[in-house]
Design a protein around this ligand. Structure first.
Ligand SMILES: *Cc1c(COP(=O)(O)O)cnc(C)c1O
Length: 484
């Protein structure tokens, strides 16, 4: 049977060779009768297989009718349709190998979860859970109760509320405490971070009136004092996550601002951004003020992310004074910004790891990756160098190199960590050959993402989470090159 769409149009086609070529193009049914198409139908379902065969025919038809030499054997078309189905089966959000040198890469999904958190998420996915149910009383419970106690214990704060992300935490805080009223912020802290988080815009959305004080480089306690008036609802400190103002500067610390806020009777909010719960200097990294310190310094509310240095799922955490937390929890926005059971399960499991700080670096992938010694990374690179050299071929020069990683996501923006990896240089073709190589790495089944620095493609091994997968990617590249 010849499907309607392959039948000759009403006299419109007069060219005999065109008619002949149309007739030579196999029908969908003929392609579906091949062994390959039968396998595809079994694997992906008949509907999807037929649609894919049709799409494959549609793709080659114009070139074929124009006289190009195209292989139109039914087996070939069935094979093309199968490839198309395989491609469509790949998740859009694919696994990648992060060799960018940025451990908490926002575009690559930030923190990798600990096994304990993964197990908790899997369990919560499979079964009903006591998400908002008090098992002892049989009454309705609060979803945030699963982490409130832990957050109190770990941060020293009176209470806590958790939502979608830290941007939501700032939005909810400002809307709950400063809607229609003023929030005082230093001009040096009016941040914009990636993904369109701009403090003035969030303030406007929250309905808070921004009162800027000081100058870009210098803000004094007296600036806050003079700006505070009857309409002041909040004073706010914001961590300059992705820049640093240096030179002739003056900043008022949260600790110095806190007594003034108290005197004026307004809460002080400290947006930490990354939010660490451990002293990073104990792990050989530069110190970053911890959440506990921010609480102890007198901030009434502290906001931070779940998926930055905390090493958990995407979440926004607010800890602080119980009366203020209650106002946030009661805001209707909280309902729109709340966490689902999966992320709450991951967050609870992640926070529990902090009860055992001695084993934290072994269990929390973010900390494990950040603390890998550069010598170990260089030794790993030396071991993998032959496989890399085979993969890229003789047109490129490969070498083990010292490099510098970043934490990423706004934590210690100017600090870099000594690291190790590969530097690849194109022997021919200059920067376009390097760009082509970077694209070839991205085209692998598990894409390898590096960074181009000057005339090198740098692959930093710090954030490599699975060596075997990287080796398989290199082997795939070697085979692909041998086949062309
Ligand atoms: C990262 C960051 C945010 C936004 O946090 P998300 O979890 O990405 O929403 C807000 N404030 C500061 C200071 C940050 O560093």
């Amino acid at each position: 049977m010849v499907p309607t769409r392959f039948r000759e149009g009403r006299g419109a086609v007069t060219d005999a060779s065109l008619i002949e070529r149309k007739a030579q193009l196999p029908s969908v049914d003929r392609v579906m009768a091949t062994d390959a198409a039968r396998v595809a139908a079994e694997t992906y379902g008949r509907t999807a297989a037929v649609a894919s065969v049709r799409a494959s025919l549609d793709e080659i038809r114009p070139a074929w009718l124009a006289g190009a030499s195209v292989d139109v054997a039914p087996e070939r078309i069935a094979a093309a349709a199968t490839l198309r189905l395989e491609g469509a089966e790949q998740p859009s959000q694919r696994r990648v190998i992060n060799l960018t040198g940025t451990v908490l890469h926002t575009n690559l999904g930030r923190a990798l979860l600990a096994e304990e958190a993964i197990a908790a998420v899997t369990a919560a996915m499979r079964s009903p859970t006591a998400l908002e149910f008090n098992i002892a009383s049989g009454q309705r419970g609060e979803r945030d109760d699963h982490v409130r106690g832990l957050l109190r214990e770990l941060t020293g704060a009176e209470d806590a509320v958790v939502i979608n992300n830290n941007a939501a935490a700032v939005l909810l805080t400002l809307n709950s405490l400063s809607e229609g009223r003023e929030t005082i912020v230093s001009r040096g802290e009016l941040i914009e971070i990636g993904g369109s988080f701009r403090l003035p815009s969030i303030m406007a959305r929250a309905g808070a009136k921004l009162v800027e004080v000081g100058t870009t480089n210098r803000t004094h306690l007296s600036d806050y004092a003079e700006a505070a008036g009857p309409d002041t609802a909040l004073m706010m400190k914001v961590h300059p996550s992705n820049y640093r103002i240096e030179g002739f500067t003056k900043e008022v610390s949260a600790r110095s601002l806190s007594p003034l806020a108290r005197e004026k009777g307004v809460p002080l909010v400290d947006d930490l951004g990354s939010g660490v719960l451990v002293d990073l200097s104990n792990h050989g990294l530069a110190r970053e003020r911890t959440v506990q310190e921010a609480v102890a310094d007198g901030a009434d509310l502290v906001t931070f992310s779940g998926d930055k240095l905390l090493g958990g799922p995407q979440a926004g955490l607010v800890v602080g004074r119980a009366d203020l937390v209650k106002r946030l929890a009661k805001n209707h926005l909280k309902r729109a910004l709340r966490l689902d059971k999966l992320r709450l399960a991951a967050l609870e499991a992640t926070l529990k790891l902090y009860r055992d700080p001695d084993r934290l670096a072994g269990r929390l992938p973010t900390l494990a990756l950040l603390t890998r010694p550069p010598e170990a990374l260089k030794a790993q690179a030396a071991r993998l160098l032959p496989a890399l050299a085979r993969a890229v071929g003789a047109d490129y020069e490969t070498a083990v190199t010292d490099t510098r990683s970043q934490i990423g996501s706004g934590a210690l923006p100017l600090e870099t960590i000594p690291s190790g990896g590969f530097a690849i240089r194109a022997l021919l073709g200059g920067s376009s050959a390097l760009i082509a190589l970077a694209a070839a790495f991205r085209a692998l089944s598990v894409p390898v993402i590096g960074r181009i620095a000057e005339d090198r493609l740098v692959l930093d091994l710090r954030a490599l989470d699975d060596e075997a997968v990287f080796v398989a990617a290199l082997d795939e590249m070697t085979r692909a090159r041998a086949a062309t």
